[in-house]
Design a protein around this ligand. Structure first.
Ligand code: NDP
Length: 453
């Protein structure tokens, strides 16, 4: 997997390029400093009331070094009767943020996770782990990561010697989550692990035990549980805004490319559409209700002769029954056009999310009939980055020593239920479940502070 012979040369080259970039940075900074001093000289200094030698100096600009929270406030741009204007973003200073190592530079890491650090307030990328040294060299330069903080899968355990890394974010194929969590915990780091947590209940239990033994946090990256529109839906369900919820329908389907390298291999993926996309239907139903299912019944069908589904399943239909009486019907597919939506049917209204599980562009509609008049409301999407929100939650849990909202136990419960779904389909009968039944949010930790408004 990793080309060791090319590593040393690539990392040397990275080190040289980083040095070059640093010296460029220095001259640019000097230029800006000089330009800044020029501006100060022509009178801008009068607009900086705190500038004094006693208050300390920031970057040679004659500015005071700020102490305490760095939050900057601005007066509102709009009248109180207009929509509220945006507050400043106010991120933590880089040296106060929690340092993350990203493991596996594939599609999710490069298209969503690394860019999301730009929207994060409390997290920053400080290390990379990859089997492709050339790719890692480019990505390290894009994100300003030191060559000395780039690791192969063989040198991964050396993360223990890197004090900048506090959290390891595992973005590898499903079957590798277990090994890299165990090694990461042994390296003394907190773990944020992509979904599905692993490929068996036993692996999930070992991951939880390893992090507990190391005294480190384990969070599963269930981004939907941190996304504002889904959190608004959860609030409406829990507060019974439309009365008692009775029925839920969820679907998460996509048409898979034929050249997927690992998603169609049972040994690396653990399963097909169920652990990859069907898991969203399962996890989101549990998240909305806060209940655990008492029974599941399922059917599975894969198109004969389709080379994608030789080892893993194509379509799964499963029905979850909950103690309150709610029935949730879920479907996942790997061979149909993209469809990612749900509808929560309550006594006096319906909450629809379509799309519900995409990275962006999520939309919610609520149908009800106040005063007997059929009405559709569309709450606006705050447009927050789901990955930034989940990473910030992990960072807050590390800084404030809190249990993540979606800890390892949450991933373990989904794995238990997925195994019951497979069993039900295989034996063509409903399978009973008991763990967590009767408790509210049985497996969740501290709710995220970045609440949907
Ligand atoms: P990719 O195939 O795009 O990337 C996986 C990366 O893992 C590869 O690029 C490679 O990185 C590394 N890797 C190490 N060993 C192997 C191996 N044996 N075979 C293949 N890749 C290997 O997958 P994704 O990024 O789409 O998915 C990664 C994880 O993220 C999965 O667990 C998936 O379920 C999850 N995911 C979560 C999503 C979410 O919304 N939360 C969405 C999409 C995926 P390198 O070349 O750097 O070594």
């Amino acid at each position: 997997m990793f080309q060791e012979n090319s590593t040393a040369a690539a990392l040397d080259q990275m080190a040289a390029q980083t040095q070059a970039a640093t010296s460029c940075d220095t001259s640019r900074r000097q230029f800006i400093n000089h330009a800044g001093r020029g501006l100060l000289a022509v009178g801008v200094a009068t607009a900086l009331p705190l500038a004094s030698a006693e208050a300390g100096d920031l970057g040679g600009l004659g500015l005071p070094a700020a102490t305490g929270p760095l939050d900057v406030k601005l007066p509102s741009l709009s009248a109180p009767t207009d929509p509220k204007s945006e507050d400043p973003f106010n991120p933590d200073a880089p040296d106060r943020r929690v340092g993350f190592a990203i493991v596996g530079l594939g599609r999710l890491a490069l298209t969503e996770i690394l860019p999301a650090f730009g929207k994060s307030k409390h997290a920053r990328p400080v290390a990379l782990v990859s089997g492709d040294a050339d790719k890692m060299s480019k990505v390290a330069q894009q994100y300003g990561i030191k060559a000395s903080s780039c690791y192969s899968y063989q040198t991964y355990d050396n993360l223990k010697n890197n004090p900048e890394v506090e959290v390891i974010y595992i973005v590898l194929p499903n079957a590798l989550h277990h090994e890299y969590t165990l090694r990461g915990a042994r390296a003394g780091k907190h773990i944020l692990c992509e979904k599905p947590m692993a490929t068996s209940v036993k692996e999930c239990e070992e991951m939880i035990a390893a992090c507990q033994k190391a005294g480190k946090k384990l969070m599963i990256a269930y981004r939907i549980q941190y996304e504002p529109l889904n959190r608004m839906a959860q609030k409406a369900v829990r507060e019974k805004t439309y009365g008692t919820t009775k029925l839920i329908q969820m679907m998460n389907c996509q048409n898979e490319a034929h050249d997927q390298q690992w998603r169609h291999k049972k040994a690396l993926a653990g399963g097909g559409s169920l652990p990859d996309v069907g898991l969203y239907c399962l996890n989101t139903t549990r998240f909305l209700l806060g209940e655990e299912p008492t029974e599941v019944s399922a059917q599975i069908y894969s198109t004969p002769g389709d080379d994608r589904f030789k080892e893993i399943e194509e379509n799964v239909s499963f029905t979850l029954r909950f103690p309150s009486g709610v029935i949730s019907q879920c479907i996942s597919g790997y061979g149909t056009f993209n469809a990612k939506s749900y509808a929560v049917h309550a006594e006096t209204g319906t909450i629809k999310m379509d799309p519900a599980f995409s990275y962006n562009g999520l939309a919610q509609e609520r149908e009800h009939a106040p005063g007997g008049k059929q009405t559709t409301e569309k709450p606006s999407n705050p447009g927050k980055d789901q990955f930034a929100l989940e990473m910030d939650h992990m960072a807050e849990c590390v800084r404030q020593n809190k249990t993540p909202y979606t800890p390892g136990e949450e991933g373990l419960q989904d794995q238990r239920i997925m195994e019951a779904i497979y069993q039900s389909a295989k034996e063509n009968r409903p399978v009973k479940l008991t763990i967590g039944v009767g408790k509210t949010d049985a497996f969740r930790g501290t709710p995220p502070s970045e609440e949907a408004s």
